[in-house]
Ligand binder design. Sequence first.
Ligand code: FA5
Length: 347
Amino acid sequence: MKKLNIDIERFRKSAIQAIKEIKDATALESLRIRFLGRQGGELTEILRSLKNLALEEKRRIGPVANSLRGEIEKALEQKLESLKVQSSKLKVVVDLTMPGKRIETGHLHPLTLVEKEIREIFKAMNFSVVEGPEVETEYYNFDALNVPKDHPAREMHDTFWLKQFGKTRGGRLLLRTHTSPIQIHYMETHQPPFQIVGPGRAFRYEATDASHETNFHQIEALMVGKDVTLANFKFVIQEFFKRLFKKKVQIRLRPSYFPFVEPGLEVDIQCVKCDGKGCNICKESGWLEVMGAGMVHPKVFEAVRYNPKEWRGFAFGLGPERIAMIKYNIPDIRLFYSGDLRFIKQF
Ligand code: FA5
């Protein structure tokens, strides 16, 4: 009577290890045949050889070999299951019929979009884009713009004063209350004729409401030449609004007062939503106030050493928030800075 000349435990370990390492179902099937195949399967042969063993050896090895068969069958089955799960996951990845996943990308803020559009329109109309500092002196924000010290117009602009920085040659420091100081900086360093737009932030210490913010934007425009008139101004803004709203827009000029222009004007456009019939955007008036404007005051030219008898110019200051509100039908200016993603994601 024979003894089994194979180490069952070692066989078990290497069989289980081999099953673990399998990467696909075909290789797993080959392995199944190698161990359990009817003809020549390694474990099958071991089990077959049991009958030739001595009785004691048969009693010792028999149950071990039989339970090993169950163990290997179970391991093969589990492996097959896990390969199926893996391959179904793999199919999802390469399923070309699945709708594509939209990659979330950032996008521009509605105000940036509007400001960009306004810049582009003016650039196409041969205006240069210039900028100026947000921290200004009293001189640039008021004095050079013909707003005298104790003049009520200074009070109209509730100013954020930067007291801790003290005084400079240009007086006290402040956050500019409008973009008009850009005019002065530009004229001090350039000779006419020219036409510029100066976009930027402005700051006013005032109560906020649906159309007023403490931190807002303006776009300043200035055109200076030998014979610039209000007719040029009218043409430029009419053309600007036509390009912005993609249709002819009625404008209305009303007399107004700004110390740095004479005459001074307030510009209204006919409501682009209701075409002047009256709606919630224009508060039923049919008109929307969009900018302050006028012919540059001779005192301003004097401040920058231009001869007011030689040069004429028009200037205007436009609020892009207001334009964006009209264009996108936004009811409250405070939404722009709310950080509310439900609002921002609509653009
Ligand atoms: C001015 O600031 C003048 N510098 C404009 C100007 C320039 C007149 C050149 C003449 C020549 P006003 O305060 O009206 O004007 O402001 C102009 C525009 O800025 C307003 O029509 C409005 O659209 C916007 N604006 C003013 N204050 C606020 C505010 N608190 N919040 C949002 N927008 C504002």
